[in-house]
Write a protein that binds this ligand. Structure first.
Ligand code: ZN
Length: 413
């Protein structure tokens, strides 16, 4: 699958002064410094392409874009992989509802997603892998799980025994009753007759009538969602056998912690014998008018809708950065108005070659981002500097600061 066009990260000399990046790890519940490495392996779960790209998606990919940028600017290489679940029940259900071909629906939404990512200046993943093109990979992973005696069949569908490792539940910290409830809300089937454990998850679904299927050693069918990400991550991130975890960062929205990421972590541990990721990073949810933004409520706000109505994508980026990535929050016109005001101030300030002094604001922005991506503090420092410049304060050269916010925050003025 083609990724989207690259975004240039301007060269800076910041690597000389960057502190280590600290991030909240969902598993330990603590903010940990990311160890210095030459190469980081980062996997972020992609969309199911039937409704690209609402502001919740945008906030998630923006969070990991900041991490990607920070690690690159510190002089490291980031091997970034993202999947796209281009075959799954929700995609088929939407296609049937709208009476369109499921492949046409997926293709159109993937194209839209790419455009949205370009508009928001999100750095593309090195490998952007669709579930359909990963069928053989998933089939091999299922075979490996079978060899480890962690798979059983219900009719012709294959299920993974999640309790194959004693570590199941360590990421989400939920009790069994909570897990069962959330599992059923998010596509699981805890009450299915024939299950060894209600929380066991589907890894291979035999072809249903009038649905697509692909040949494999497990019969004609299609992959389960969780094993899709596990298999893609372990293949395309080329884990180093000498490291104590397979990858550095597993990421996504907080609604993926359970069941999706818990299941992936469990499968990966069986396949590799070790912890999946060093850091599990999750971004919070975006709501609208006091309610969670969701497909079922029909209150999704799409990036493309905003851009097509004339909203500057950089204002969307700034609006999403204006609150902390781990804070569930509401999207509103007020939020967008505030971002537009800040964008205008920055543009006006940067139109002055000589500006207010920049050393302090550069230090504040770097310190804020390095501290678990504290974007509100970074933007507050920038706004204060812009206000001072507009008020006539001088003594700095704006070019270095403009390069910094382009490279580090991805905001082009
Ligand atoms: Zn995933």
């Amino acid at each position: 699958m083609n990724s989207w066009p690259s975004v240039v990260v301007p060269a800076t000399d910041l690597h000389l002064s960057l502190p280590k990046l600290s991030l909240m790890d969902s598993k330990s519940g603590t903010i940990n410094a990311i160890p210095n490495k030459d190469l980081y392996r980062m996997y972020v779960c992609g969309i199911t392409p039937y409704d690209a790209t609402h502001l919740g998606h945008a906030a998630t990919y923006l969070t990991f874009d900041l991490i990607n940028r920070y690690l690159r600017i510190q002089g490291s290489e980031v091997l970034y992989v993202q999947n796209i679940t281009d075959i799954d029940d929700p995609l088929l259900e939407r296609a049937q509802r709208d009476n369109v071909d499921w492949q046409d629906l997926a293709t159109s939404q993937i194209d839209l997603f790419r455009d949205d990512m370009v508009n928001l200046r999100i750095l593309p993943p090195r490998h952007y892998i669709g579930a359909v093109e990963a069928i053989d990979l998933v089939s091999e992973a299922v075979s490996a799980l079978q060899k480890a005696d962690t798979i059983y069949a219900i009719d012709k569908d294959l299920y993974f025994k999640n309790r194959s490792t004693a570590h199941f539940g360590e990421l989400s910290h939920l009790n069994v009753e909570e897990m069962k409830e959330i599992f059923s809300q998010r596509g699981g089937n805890p009450t299915l007759v024939g299950k060894i454990d209600p929380l066991d998850c589907l890894v291979w679904m035999a072809k249903r009538e009038n649905e697509p299927g692909w040949p494999s050693t497990h019969g004609v069918g299609r992959p389960g969602w969780h094993i899709e990400c596990t298999a893609i991550a372990l293949k395309y991130l080329s884990p180093d056998l000498h490291e104590h975890t397979s990858i550095d960062i597993q990421g996504g929205g907080s609604d993926l912690i359970f069941p999706h990421h818990e299941m992936c972590v469990s499968q990966a541990r069986v396949l590799t014998g070790k912890e999946f990721a060093t850091s599990y990073v999750h971004s919070a949810m975006i709501g609208l008018d006091g309610e969670k933004m969701s497909k079922s409520k029909g209150n999704l706000v799409f990036v493309s809708t905003l851009v097509n109505s004339g909203v500057d994508p950089m204002a969307i980026r700034l609006a999403l950065l204006s609150a902390h990535y781990r804070l569930d929050r509401m999207w509103s016109q007020t939020l967008l108005d505030g971002a537009n005001t800040l964008l205008s101030k920055l543009r006006l300030a940067f139109s002055h070659q000589e500006c207010a002094p920049i050393n302090e604001v550069i230090e504040q922005v770097i310190a804020s981002i390095s501290s678990d991506l504290d974007t509100p503090s970074a933007l507050a420092a920038l706004e204060e500097w812009a206000d001072n410049t507009i008020a006539g304060e001088r003594g700095g050269s704006s070019k270095s600061l403009e390069t910094l916010i382009d490279a580090l925050l991805g905001v082009a003025i």
